[in-house]
Ligand binder design. Structure first.
Ligand code: NZQ
Ligand code: ZN
Length: 389
């Protein structure tokens, strides 16, 4: 097991109607805020009204920044920074999914930064200061509600990049599983695949004695795998939604990567696909993970066998490690395909040019090889990409 430092400062309010704590909790940090959200979903499902009534009840001055889109844009971050500076906001509240929370985080850091917000993503400098951040989560997917990362797209440059810093942890996040009842089946599926792949990115490493981390990962994987079909049949099943939502936070709040060298190659490659073709994050991961796994599994068949046996209950008898490992990869791909079929997600008809494959592979590896389970260079990434479309 590797050395590690673990600290997660985000306070979580989990469960039915926890939004009732919003005003009181904000008051611990601020009396003037920027409220960031996306399109119409929070107005249609009543979350917007609940948030506004909390802000009014606690006499919190707020200025609104709607319009966050999936694969959120740096141009909207710039607008948010202007509003914060104009009104002297002292907290940024995101009400939405990963795209909204990442936008809120990036605004919070950019307000305290003297350059253009995109420079935070391109110049490797530490981010030491940010306004306090808070979130009311509306999707179960990214884990942004309780981690130190933000992912933003620069559409003009066709680049999707990540920043991370201790100051980007939200001070608190409100997680009411009832809010996820209105997620479309496609969002539920892509969010679910995102959660699964977050866990897999941290599960596939080459350390050999990590029973605590393995057990956490395997339990979370089974929980998501068992509950996704339930919520696709009945989107208002509270317990199933609650288990998926809590799994999604635990999948990327730092606990699973304690003591291990996690991989993250699938995310690095998927991000390049979304930056050019603007497809949902989870969709890019569903394309890449099976091709990545097929490309790397011979590096450590035992690990893939453990995954197949402990997560998918595949039998060990009469088969060698490599065969069981392969079965585990195939069953994962079939599971992703089944979920997509159930959610009536149309198969992607991307016309991918060979020069784009090369460009994506080049960008993914511009700072050196990616992945830790097996180091991947530009040519490796090109092969994985060709097998993903
Ligand atoms: O815009 P509205 O109308 O609100 O609709 C949104 C949006 O269209 C809708 N939605 C959200 N909650 C809903 C809802 N519709 C009905 N009912 C609800 N309760 O869902 C659509 C997608 O929202 P988005 O925020 O984009 O989804 P998600 O939470 O999956 O976030 C994806 C983004 O997070 C990044 C991804 O790259 C992607 O940009 N990630 C962030 C990470 C992090 N900060 O740690 C890690 C992840 O790996 C990921 O990269
Ligand atoms: Zn992800």
């Amino acid at each position: 097991m590797q050395n590690f430092v673990y600290a997660n400062p985000t306070k979580i309010f989990f469960g039915k109607d926890q939004v009732n704590n919003l005003g009181k909790e904000i008051k611990n940090f601020a009396s003037k805020i920027l409220l960031v959200y996306g399109g119409k979903s929070i107005k249609e499902n009543g979350v917007y009204d609940k948030v506004i009534s909390q802000l009014n009840n606690y006499k919190i001055e707020f200025h609104e920044l709607p319009g966050v889109v999936a694969n959120p844009r740096i141009s909207l971050v710039e607008k948010g920074v202007e509003i914060c500076r104009l009104h002297d906001a002292d907290l940024v509240l995101g009400v939405g999914g990963g795209s909204v929370i990442d936008t809120a985080k990036t605004i919070a850091a950019s307000v305290k930064f003297n350059g253009k917000p995109w420079e935070l993503f391109t110049k490797s400098m530490p981010i030491n200061e940010a306004l306090p951040i808070a979130a009311v989560l509306t999707t179960a997917a990214t884990g942004s509600e309780s981690n130190n990362c933000a992912v933003i797209t620069n559409w003009e440059r066709q680049e999707k990049r990540m920043i991370s810093s201790e100051v980007l942890y939200p001070k608190f996040s409100i997680l009411d599983p009832q809010i996820t009842y209105t997620m479309l089946p496609s969002q539920t599926v892509f969010g679910g695949i995102d959660i699964i792949v977050h866990i897999l990115e941290q599960y596939f490493h080459n350390d050999s004695f990590t029973p605590i981390q393995d057990g956490f990962c395997e339990t979370l994987l089974k929980t998501v795998i068992n509950n996704l079909p339930i919520v696709l049949k009945n989107g208002r099943n509270y317990n199933a939604r609650a288990n998926i939502m809590w799994a999604s936070t635990l999948a990327l709040n730092g606990i699973l990567s304690t003591g291990v060298l996690s991989d993250w190659a699938t995310h690095a490659i998927g991000q390049e696909i979304s930056a050019i073709y603007d497809i949902p994050h989870g969709e890019s991961l569903a394309m890449v993970w099976p091709s990545w796994a097929m490309y790397v599994y011979t590096n450590n068949c035992k690990r893939f066998k453990q995954y197949a046996v402990n997560v998918w209950d595949l039998s060990e008898s009469n088969k060698n490690d490599s065969d069981i490992a392969l079965e585990g990869i195939k069953i994962t791909k079939n599971f992703f395909d089944q979920l997509k079929a159930e959610a009536q997600i149309n198969p992607l008809q991307l016309k991918v040019k060979d020069e784009d494959i090369e460009l994506m592979a080049k960008k993914a590896t511009e700072n050196g090889p990616i992945g830790n389970f097996k180091k991947l260079y530009k040519e490796d990434v090109m092969t994985i990409l060709r097998r993903s479309f």
